[in-house]
Design a protein around this ligand. Structure first.
Ligand code: G6P
Length: 610
């Protein structure tokens, strides 16, 4: 989703800004733009529809020189993807603005500003900020105070950076709902929507809080809270163990990240289990007290993270003995829900910035949840900072929009959470040890699964001309079937649905024919006989099946069924083990279809608007 980079320096900043935008490409976008203030205090800018590389090319032809600048990648919300709608937006050749988020009262503001004589060039909500700041400058002495007055009139979400060509010594940034970080350099300072953008220039960051407005100069960052009171937002060195790097030997980030899963899981487990016992400090100070007293867990997440939460529900209820509900954040936040006594709210988010998940956490605090915990991959993110407890997955940076290693490390985190809660709710010590050992065996097991890649690649041919696919699973493999279907639709654009296999007769059986491949997730477990009956129902209707199963499940390939042999594994870790072949399947199908695997159309990695 939209990305912001800004800089106030002594040197020319165009290269820094373009590199920053490239490093934000993984978030998803459709156009890009850059503006700087030149030696003559003139605003100069360039915008391009499409990739950042096209903008970079345009700057090669027409270099943009200036030591104060802002840049943006846009993911269209209001107004189609186009050059005119791309940011920065400019007012009266002096004010330039980049913005992430959505201004909900943009129509009313647009009418008001048009009444004041402002002419709008774009269809965006952002352009109202530009003219509003220009208007406020007529009655305010400084850009800071103009922005402070302007943001008071905005409803909705914004992370915005404003620049005035008549004063290139500073830029003004404001945050409400969309994250912004300040990167602290030596005699230069930077702004970005995500630390990734600034890693080549600094490792020292401070985070703006909700409602903050800050003035950023080369030597100072002056932050004011929502009431205009000067506040400190301490800067911290970040220790990012995995930079995005490059794709190395891999053709796509998604493939690289799929293969990184054994290592990512090893890193996530490291130091969290000692002598087969969970170290509850991994969840933060006070975790034991909270886990002891909670009687119910409510999980909230979006997308792939929601699927991880669905698996955790099976684990928490069957292994830890506490009741658990799971809900999509965008639903939870807009309904009146009942809060059971002593409830823990668990959010799951790779980015830690998903707007709906963050809003759900804030709501939970208001409606009486006892405590909150986040399972997250980005330290310092909004969800981590605003939750009582946090478990950090150690997946490293994930660039591919379709989540792979972030998902499986979330599952590991959730299993560790199950252990930590179970420990206080009567989980026997031998069960705890069994789970711990099972988790420790995972990385090696996943290496075995990755060896199936070429078999799965061969299989992918069968899907290339299909328009639909159905995924089936039961129990804790049902969410894995959902995740498999999501992966396939995200990157190959094949319509895919997942069903709990027991629901087949209640509708989807009507769809079965030779044109509808049915993918079955079928490890040998307590439900295997039930699942086999469902497989027969599909077979009887002429369906074409692809069954991912271990040898103990006893499936054999024939003319209607292709069996992919997955290594035998413990039931406890089977949801994680069976995820990988489905990731590989969607990857190879996408390759055959020639889609943009790492940045699929219309999708964004980090969804910071609702
Ligand atoms: C987007 C991403 C998904 C991700 C979802 C939730 O849709 O493309 O990969 O699962 O957001 O993101 P989160 O960062 O909260 O896990």
């Amino acid at each position: 989703m939209c990305g912001i980079v800004g800089a106030v320096a002594q040197r020319d900043v165009a290269d820094i800004l373009i590199e920053g935008l490239k490093r934000l490409e993984y978030r998803g976008y459709d156009s890009a733009g850059i503006a700087a203030i030149d030696q003559n205090n003139q605003l100069i800018y360039a915008k391009r529809l499409g990739k950042v590389q096209e903008l970079a090319q345009a700057l090669q032809d027409n270099p943009l020189e200036g030591s104060t600048g802002i840049a943006h990648t846009r993911w269209a919300t209001h107004g189609s993807p186009s050059e005119v709608n791309a940011h920065p937006h400019i007012s009266n050749s002096t004010i330039a603005v980049v913005h992430n988020g959505i201004i909900e009262n943009h129509q009313a503001l647009r009418s008001k500003l048009q009444g004041l004589g402002y002419e709008f060039l774009s269809q965006t909500d952002t352009e109202v900020i530009t003219h509003l700041v220009h208007h406020e400058l007529k009655t305010n002495d400084t850009l800071l105070s103009a922005v402070q007055h302007a943001v008071k009139q905005l409803e909705g979400a914004y992370g915005t950076v404003v620049m005035d060509s008549t004063n290139k010594s500073s830029v003004i940034v404001a945050r409400s709902g969309s994250p912004l970080v300040i990167g602290h350099g030596l005699g230069e300072n930077f702004i970005a929507s995500d630390i990734m953008a600034l890693l080549p220039v600094t490792r020292k960051f401070s985070y703006l809080e909700e409602g903050d407005v800050a003035e950023v100069t080369r030597f100072a960052v002056n932050v004011f809270d929502i009431n205009g009171v000067a506040v400190e937002r301490p800067a911290k060195e970040v220790n990012v163990s995995h930079d995005s790097g490059d794709k190395g030997e891999y053709r796509h980030y998604m493939l690289k990240e799929t293969y990184e899963q054994p290592t990512a899981i090893r890193n996530t487990l490291e130091g969290r289990l000692v002598n087969n016992e969970i170290c509850t400090q991994a969840f933060g100070a006070g975790a034991d007290e909270i886990f002891k007293t909670i009687e119910h867990v409510q999980i909230i997440a979006c997308g792939t993270s929601y699927h991880a939460g669905m698996v955790a529900r099976y684990w928490l209820e069957s292994l830890a003995g506490v009741s658990c509900n799971i809900e999509i954040a965008s639903e939870f936040r807009y309904r009146k829900s009942f809060v059971p006594k002593n409830s823990l709210l668990v959010t799951i988010s790779q980015s830690g910035e998903t707007a709906d998940t963050l809003a759900a956490l804030r709501l939970a605090k208001e409606i009486g949840y006892q405590a909150s915990l986040v399972i997250c991959n980005v330290d310092g993110s909004s969800l981590v900072r605003e939750s009582d407890l946090a478990f950090m997955t150690k997946a490293g940076v994930e660039i591919g929009v379709a989540s792979t290693k972030a998902f499986t490390t979330q599952l590991v985190g959730l299993m560790l959470m199950t252990l930590a809660i179970g420990k206080h709710h009567g989980m026997p010590a031998d069960k705890q040890a069994e789970i711990a050992q099972s988790l420790m065996s995972l990385p090696a097991k996943l290496d075995e699964v990755l060896a199936l890649a070429s078999d799965i690649e061969d299989l992918a041919e069968d899907f290339a001309d299909k328009h639909h696919a159905l995924f089936l699973g039961r129990g804790d493999q049902y969410p894995i079937a959902m995740e498999g279907a999501l992966k396939l639709k995200e990157i190959s654009y094949i319509h895919a649905e997942a069903y709990a296999a027991g629901e087949l007769k209640h509708g989807p059986l009507a769809l079965i024919d030779a044109e509808m491949p049915v993918i079955v997730v079928a490890p040998k477990n307590d439900l295997i006989e039930k699942l086999k009956s469902n497989v027969e129902e599909v077979r009887a209707r002429g369906g074409l099946m692809y069954v991912f199963a271990d040898s103990e499940a006893n499936f054999a390939s024939d003319e209607t069924m292709t069996v992919i042999n997955v290594p035998v594994c413990d039931d406890l870790i089977a949801p994680i083990v069976y995820t990988l072949p489905l990731q590989l399947l969607s990857y190879y199908v996408a390759i055959i279809k020639g889609t943009d695997v790492d940045q699929p159309r219309n999708l964004a990695k980090s969804v910071t608007v609702e």
